[in-house]
Design a protein around this ligand. Sequence first.
Ligand code: PGA
Length: 240
Amino acid sequence: MKIITLNSEIEIGKAVGDRFCALLQKKSAAVLGLATGASPLPTYQHMISRFKAGDVSFAKAHTFNLDEYCDLPAAHSQSYRSFMHAQLFSQVDINPENTHFLDGNAANEALECSRFDALIEHLGGVDLQLLGIGRNGHIGFNEPAETFSQGSYKVKLAPSTLEANSGYFEGEHMPTHALTMGVGAILRAKEIVMVATGAAKAEAVKAMIQGENTPQLPASALQNHPNVTIYLDPAAASLL
Ligand code: PGA
């Protein structure tokens, strides 16, 4: 793992956004693995400004998002489909048909997960995967577990995840389950970049980098990937 500590979220957003842009300049039909939450926002802002400057096009790219809530209408403001539309897709030239999500409302969830995993493989696999990390060390919605999951599957959200994300639902009942890409599938990305900022992530970051490789801390699986860069701010790096 390569660890890079930068002074601010904005600097991290520029560095990570530039990596996505450099990939798209080299490979216009790249397959991008995208994430939601607060961590990727400065990255998306930077990608939008590079697009508006005419430096980069998303027209041929495909995107796969890590996860989606179950039993939340796709049009709900807090669905990850809505999040990505608002924070990135509506502001660049991506073809909406090339933006791929797990359908958390699918009647047959197992079939939906297989469809999603097969489509990633069909398009040649993820070239560059963006990740955040949960306070409990989750990646995507892979919560601490007995084993590392492989393909996409349905997960019950951990109490710390419910607590971290319930604020977005402003008193509305938030979903308790989600469909997520598995840890094994995430590790198949050719290159991975993780963004972790703020003191609330410091324990998980330390365990991911310096702790044992265990499914109880799903992000520790990244220790096994040959091309991972972790971008930290000083607060997230404070326990290293
Ligand atoms: P955050 O979430 O970026 O909103 O902190 C990260 C995560 O839970 O994976």
